[in-house]
Design a protein around this ligand. Sequence first.
Ligand code: FE2
Length: 282
Amino acid sequence: MENSRSRNVERIVIGKATSDGAGVSLTRVLTQPLQRRLDPFLMLDAFGSDNPDDYIAGFPDHPHRGFETVTYMIAGRMRHRDSAGHEGLLQSGDVQWMTAGRGVIHSEIPEQESGVMEGFQLWLNLPAGKKMIEPWYRDIRGKDIPSYVARDGVAVKIIAGMSNGIEGAVTREDTEPLFLDIDLPAGSAFSAQLPETHNAFAYVYRGKVRIGGQSISHGRMAILGNGQGKDGVSLEAEESARAILVAGRPLSEPIVQYGPFVMNTQAEIYQAISDFREGRLG
Ligand code: FE2
């Protein structure tokens, strides 16, 4: 990037193996202690297995309130159903963007009994004034996600935000999220603009990339350092690699999480729990 200064890697994070839903094995990459540092992002789970025992049970009915979930399927099929009567099937390459707002109860169940199930779920916070908005969701087919091929044959999908002057599948004015999936041939390099105020990270899920001279292997997240004038990032592929690049404008509001509810105060959490128990959430 001629006119930008690339960020350096502030810290490399190795995801934690965990289990969620009815026993789905996954890697929690962005964990609760990183929520403040990576504001407005609250969680990133990476799942990927060719063993059905790791995913078959799925995520039966569960609630959410106060944020958005972005599910990106790399491989596999997942059926979702929610309390408002929506239903959809996510297939390889598709994205579901769900605004939980005041509340949804939904299930996310694999619709395959064998083969590879791989993807991500990213949680994006809502500003205080929008935590109780009406729920909304959209299923975006892979072929409808804007994409382009950059120099060196680097293939870029724009799930959210703007890249290379192209608007992504989803935009959000409060947090201006950028969510790119980047496929880098061995030896290629890719640069993206990142507003210097935004928090940003890259998660490598195939191969190995270099950022600011640091090598990041697959399965690792690089938190990108903020700093005056650091308005971009450059990735170099040491070998053929795939990575997601995520950035957003911090909300700088209190974050109080209790499981699937993320609000600004403890009182709002108690309210969410009682609304759920009394059937007022979904
Ligand atoms: Fe969910």
